[in-house]
Ligand binder design. Structure first.
Ligand code: DSN
Length: 414
């Protein structure tokens, strides 16, 4: 960092402060993680200097002797890790990856059916404010009002009635495992393609701690930076018969030159994910989710669906006489970083919803296990029970900063 320091001390200081924030706080945002130093190093290389529109062996600029090799390695590693027939590693992130899939298979005005945003779906699964809701006839499915679970019978009925061209499974805030086979049966019955967005749980799939959608879905998208613990980026995995359509949709359909430094960092992350240590990590992420759920419920919190099967928990905090937003703000002050989140059928507005979302991918990367997760649950309860007790919050923040010193995360040496 010496060169940043001398060229731009202002940005240098801010990077150091963010590094310290990530070290000192308990990061429970379900989509975040800590990447390794190796992944960080790959993102900060001269690969950022190169333009490479096209694909290996078919580029529109010369000088691709090295980039072609890097992209091919990333693709082969992703194919092996997930058992996919074809992979495109060029999408800049999850939203462009999803839109590229729509571009490959849909025409404006076609019907798509995805999980409703307030029920845990992603913006790009058909939310009206997103391009997916503006350019397509986006229908959305709700969760079961009583259980908070996906209601496959209701989705089947809705799909048979609205005849979507594509059904989207996957989520940003659903704490349970999805029955991909059931989704495929529904899609086949109404003649739809099945897309699975596995961004949140891709690391669990890679680590064999979650069922894989690959055998069932026509196409799978994922970011690479959540539970998969790679750089900010995304990929699309599909059957060979869709390879040409997907590649054409990503480039030239959606994007220009791929971010080669990101592609290299992805390759490094896929190598890191392809071993027994990563399997242990993925299992521990799920185990930590279960422990945190138990600890939260023992402290009187209401968990949507009554628990978790993956890395995330959705907690209705209103029984503690607080909304999701003030709860998240108080937790942040205390050194526990979460996001406020709508719960299914939330009676409150999205800007001030009933819930908070918690995730265990990042804290598991820094070595938290059962004892630590129980302690985290206790701290969350203490803060949410007295969100205006500034003295208590300052005390907990100091305890957390001291506690975190014993759990140095990957990629940070403070
Ligand atoms: N923003 C991500 C999340 O937090 O789930 C989804 O893209």
């Amino acid at each position: 960092m010496e060169d940043i320091k001398s060229t731009d001390s202002e940005i240098f200081e801010l990077i150091k402060l963010e590094e310290k924030r990530q070290f000192d706080k308990i990061r429970l945002i379900a989509s975040e993680n800590y990447v390794s130093s190796a992944v960080l190093q790959a993102t900060g290389t001269v690969l950022t200097n190169k333009y490479s529109e096209g694909y290996a062996g078919k580029r529109y600029y010369e000088g691709q002797q090295i980039i072609d090799q890097i992209e091919c390695i990333a693709i082969e590693r992703a194919k092996n890790l997930f058992g996919a027939e074809h992979v495109n590693v060029q999408p800049y992130s999850g939203s462009p990856a999803n839109v590229a899939v729509y571009l490959a298979f849909l025409k404006p005005g076609d019907t798509i059916l995805g999980m409703a945003l307030p029920h845990g779906g992603h913006l790009t699964h058909g939310a009206k404010v997103s391009i997916s809701g503006k350019y397509f006839n986006a229908e959305s499915y709700a969760l079961n009002r009583e259980t908070g679970l996906i209601d496959y019978d209701a989705i089947r009925e809705q799909a048979l009635s609205c005849q979507p061209k594509m059904i989207i499974a996957g989520h940003s805030a659903y704490p349970r495992i999805i029955d991909f086979e059931r989704f495929k049966t529904i899609a086949d019955e109404c003649g739809a393609l099945l897309m699975v967005d596995m961004a949140h749980f891709a690391g669990l799939v890679a680590g064999a701690a979650h069922p894989s959608p690959i055998p069932y879905a026509d196409v799978v998208t994922t970011t690479t930076h959540k539970s998969l613990r790679g750089p900010r980026g995304a990929m699309i995995l599909c059957r060979e018969k869709y390879a040409a359509a997907i590649d054409k949709a990503v480039f030239p359909g959606m994007q220009g030159g791929p971010h080669n430094h990101t592609t290299a960092a992805m390759a490094v992350a896929f190598k890191e994910a392809d071993n027994e240590d990563f399997k242990d990590y993925a299992r521990q992420v799920v185990e930590n989710g279960r422990t945190l759920a138990e600890s939260m419920m023992a402290n009187g919190f209401n968990l949507i669906t009554g628990g978790t099967d993956n890395h995330l928990l959705l907690v209705d905090v209103t029984s503690k006489n607080i909304g999701g937003k003030p709860a998240a703000k108080a937790l942040d002050q205390a050194g526990i970083v979460v996001n406020y989140n709508a719960i299914p059928f939330d009676p409150r507005k999205p800007g001030s919803p009933s819930g908070i979302r918690l995730g265990t991918a990042a804290v598991t990367s820094r070595g938290f296990r059962r004892k630590e997760m129980v302690q985290v649950g206790e701290w969350i309860n203490a803060v949410i029970s007295e969100p205006e007790n500034n003295h208590l919050i300052a005390e907990i923040a100091a305890d957390i900063a001291s506690f975190c010193k014993d759990y140095p995360p990957p990629g940070i040496t403070v």
